[in-house]
Design a protein around this ligand. Structure first.
Ligand code: CU
Length: 66
């Protein structure tokens, strides 16, 4: 699943987002890119759970389906 993650401005943000994703049950891989402000998440995890976790961490997130 691919997500647009707003408010990431530095590598620290990337680490935070990646850590949040990797801590989620079911996530097997999380790739976070600062330049495009996207996160690609692999594993058996719920889309809404990902959005909730990152948004609550201060990074408003939405699913990208294209
Ligand atoms: Cu930052």
């Amino acid at each position: 699943m691919k997500f647009k993650v707003e408010k990431m401005v530095c590598s620290g943000c990337v680490s935070t987002v990646k850590g949040k994703l990797e801590a989620m049950t079911g996530v097997t891989r999380a790739d976070v890119d600062l330049a495009t402000k996207t996160a690609v998440v692999e594993g058996a995890v719920d889309e809404q759970a990902v959005i909730r976790v990152l948004t609550e961490a201060g990074y408003p997130t939405e699913r990208v389906t294209s």
